[in-house]
Design a protein around this ligand. Sequence first.
Ligand code: ATP
Ligand code: HSE
Length: 310
Amino acid sequence: MKSYFAPASTGNFSVGFDLLGAAFEPVDGSLFGDELRIHNEQPELSLRLNGRYVHQLPKDTDDNLVLQCFYAFEKAIGRTLPRLQLELVKNLPVGSGLGSSACSIVVACYAFNDYFGKPLDDYQLLQLMAQLEGGVSGSVHYDNVAPSFYGGLLLMLPDSPLLCRALPWFEHWQVVLCYPGTVLSTKEARAVLPQQLTLKHSIAFAGMLSRFISALYAKDENEAFAALQDLVAEPARQHLMPELLPIREQLTAQGIGHVGISGAGPTIFAVCQNDTQAQFAAAYLQQHYAKNSDAITTVCRLAGQGARAL
Ligand SMILES: Nc1ncnc2c1ncn2[C@@H]1O[C@H](COP(=O)(O)OP(=O)(O)OP(=O)(O)O)[C@@H](O)[C@H]1O
Ligand SMILES: N[C@@H](CCO)C(=O)O
């Protein structure tokens, strides 16, 4: 048996709608992401489902992204592949803002490429992952697939052959992620976005993202926090997550540097500068935002590594 893993990710990171994304891992060293196991080769392709969030997946495995990835991968390399006995361990909630579909897509494409001798290079593989993710969310965006694949905080570079590039990070930052247990589909959360921005708004968006990135390079933490402002998605999505503003008010009153929407929501993330803040944010979010037994709150650091064989 061969086993593969890809981490959870936060698209946007507030200030970089569709252009910034980060992969996260729990500070306690546990794995937070999907696992794909390849058991053996067999006459027919099959997929067994397991894991904490298996009940949120489509009942019919033919609708599972893992099988769609297999056929898309086969098409991309242009030859028929041996059929596999697969098992997906679904550890990320679906429609959560934690890059759940991207995580399954990344782990599956990475696993097939590795298992079959790496016929695709990283560029081709990432493009395939982004196309598959675009099929789910309705438009191609790399800010979940790229960090889940490579790890780190990444800036997407549309129209560049590089596709994305790693950014610096404040090593002491901890990011608390809280998924409330309710589903918000990415497609639905994208349907409320503005279709056009005015010139003034576009300049403000570009300026804020540039300010954040220059603060990272300058290691200027105050500037970085000041620049963590979502001028595009959050205003349009706020009504889908009415708890965001009161929670932000409470947590920032305790000195926590930033609270934002992870991806398309409903997960909220809080950027903390030390253990005390992280423990406070985790307890507060768990008490005031978690809504049912599917909810999960986890204290994370940036994941240095993305998809990999276990
Ligand atoms: N292995 C899988 N993992 C996640 N979603 C899957 C999988 N297979 C099929 N799906 C379907 O893909 C869709 C994913 O929806 P959506 O993009 O809203 O979720 P998401 O990727 O978890 O969201 P987010 O990126 O905000 O975390 C759902 O309709 C889900 O049923
Ligand atoms: N950038 C995407 C991320 C989805 O997880 C969005 O906000 O719609």
